[in-house]
Design a protein around this ligand. Sequence first.
Ligand code: ARG
Ligand code: ZN
Length: 877
Amino acid sequence: MAEQPQAIYLKDYQVPAYLIDETELHFSLGEDHTEVRSVLKMRRNPESTASSAALELHGHESLELCRLAIDGRELGAGDYRREDETLGIDQVPEAFTLECLTRIRPRDNTALEGLYLSDGMYCTQCEAEGFRRITFYLDRPDVMSVFTTTVEADAARYPVLLSNGNPVARGSDEDKGRHWVTWQDPFPKPAYLFALVAGDLAHIERPYSTASGREVMLRIYAERKDLDKLDHAMDSLVKAMRWDEEVYGREYDLDIYMIVAVDFFNMGAMENKGLNIFNTSCVLASPETTTDGAFQRVEGVVAHEYFHNWSGNRVTCRDWFQLSLKEGFTVFRDAEFSADMNSRTVKRVEDVTLLRTAQFAEDAGPMAHPVRPASFIEISNFYTLTVYEKGAEVVRMIHTLLGPELFRKGSDLYFERHDGQAVTTDDFVRAMEEVSGRDLTQFRRWYDQAGTPRLEVSDDYDADSGRYRLHLAQSCPATPGQEQKLPFHIPVTLGLLGPDGRDLILDNGDTSCVLELTDSSQTFTFEGIAARPVPSLLRGFSAPVKLQYPLDRQTLVFLMSHDSDGFNRWDAGQRLAIDVIGELMAQHNAGEPMRLDAALTDAFAAVLDDESLDPAMVAKVLTLPSEAYLSELADCIDVDAIHAARQFAKKALAQALAERFERRYRALAPQQAYAPDAAQVARRSLRNLCLSYLVALETPEYLALAQAQYDSADNMTDRQSALSLIAHSGATDAAAAVLDDFYRRYADQTLVVNQWLSVQAGDPRPGALDRVKELMQHEAFDLRNPNKVRSLISVFCNLNAVNFHAADGSGYDFLAERIIDMNRRNPQMASRLLTPLTRWRKYDAARQALMQSQLRRILDSGELSKDVYEVVSKSLA
Ligand code: ARG
Ligand code: ZN
């Protein structure tokens, strides 16, 4: 490689030397090339201490500069310096107008950053640094400007022309068959929030009046064929708008709010001001094509992007190190919204599962970074579980420490004080400090120190004095660049259960209290305790830590049935299952027959028999920890033993409880027409879980039950779960037939076909890699479409451990090849594909060597994007 990409550092932050008060853009859209004219009203930043009068604009190497002028005077080639990523002008006036004509090629843009074509429609993705692929600009979030954008295109092919804000003028040139629309966005914004869409789109709309009575029009655009799948997103948007008014006192501020669904998208969705652009997978929904999980995801993502209008757009980030300022806070907001709309405990279980499985693994790997990173080579690599999910946990801890009222005061102060500004995570914490009078200096370490803290707990009880003591100790493993960690400020929500299983009343008069651990170890004393209590620690998962408090199986069963905290009841069941599966793994590896501890069977039976419990929670409790989570917990991942033991446990539970599973399966049969509401979702989740146990028995009878469900389902949730159960069963003929049928039914529904790809990619039986390779040649596959790459390749590499980690290294070889190819097309996607290889240190020596050699092969493969270079080089460091 010619020159290795360099890291940039938070400590080097400097305010921009110039500001852009107004941005006027004119797009003349053409497939072969698009012309972008910009008129920028610029002036020197009074806060800048830079001594020279030089201006340096960002501009991607793919930009073709056609004309550059200052105050109407055209600049010659000698008047500026064009470098790979910048355009420099040595001398500019205090205040001036910069005009620029740039040529770009959207059709060739396979990176899907900047302006590109998705299935024949133009769209943009500018966060984080995509705007510099559109024109020369100060492409940084602390440069905020008022945008006026004219979009001009062929009238017949692109009847709909959209940009941020409100449409203020339109016209056409009949002779040329072209038309144009001018949009004005009155709110100053950074370039990353710019958006443009042009295409032949249909839409639905709904009027909304805000709490203060302003009339807003909500519109959701998609290809005409998907017009029938937009109602759920619209309902979700209205709920989110109402919720933000009620819970945060935040109203929408423009006259129109638009969402556009596009098929080709690197991420989930993007909160561009007034013009959100969504991956179709996060907006389209219909009962026939969409599972319950996907319905809920649409609701959550629509809300997330809407909430960004305040936490992100009205108040934005000073620099990209502050990304969690908007993302962590907004994930916290959308999680609370979803908890209010559905089941709070179920939502918490799902979020913690993701955090403990994937974020903890990230924290333990070579890409570990703090919620506020101190440096990066490519910012796209930092749209991570740490910045998003752990960032949300950090905000949640502030909420726990302050309580809901003070937290709301803090968010009000934050929004009022910083409206229209680009700020830092420190500014957020300071607002919370000011309203509460609390000192969060130590708490800020959550933003600066990477790694998952370990919380070790022991206790003692003295019957004579009635004194119960809890000893809490914390430590945090080293992460790249951070050998030593200082103690965190950890809120530990706690309850104490008496021998009868009831909560004791604590000194605060309540059944729970929040212990604040700030030293490396501390003892908390409880007086007047009549009998040795069982502690319920970290209720609701009050801090993103690894709890180490050994409990015997009997006590776990006790907590499972008595803890008043639903999350901890579930967690006790998970711990019990992990313990039992660990024992099975040991038996498996010792060549002994595996035998499942009846403690687990009995506990599951009790939960299954209790019809007073929420079926959704029952389904969560009865779901065995995933292979991915069991892998995260292991010091050295034994892929095959984990798979064998977990499968064995599943089958043994099915054998012992078949009658119960079948009884509940039948009792939970649908009673009403499908609706994705919480009650029905809960029933289906438990019913399909019961079916999964029954099919694990591999009897013709239960396979037929699954087949009957597949055939008669009136919704995608039931059909798809039957599909994957049959497809992954040992019944080869039935599997082939049902996959065939599914494809024929849904061949014209892209998102459903993606599920079909995923089911096959996730098949744990031998031969999956060959099947994946075959499917890459299938008409349903397209390497340029990120959703398809994720459905097939990412699912195989991340969710099919036994096949991906095959001892011969075939899975690693396959992935390296895909990454080398993808590096050229789409660096963001290529970099994301790398994740499983970055975890090589967690495997046995033979696999370590194979994985490392594939990483080296990628490193040596030629010109690497910054994205891939950063992850590969850090993984090998
Ligand atoms: N801000 C978007 C979101 O809500 C994500 C955009 C990510 N874009 C990217 N290029 N990494 O969550
Ligand atoms: Zn976001």
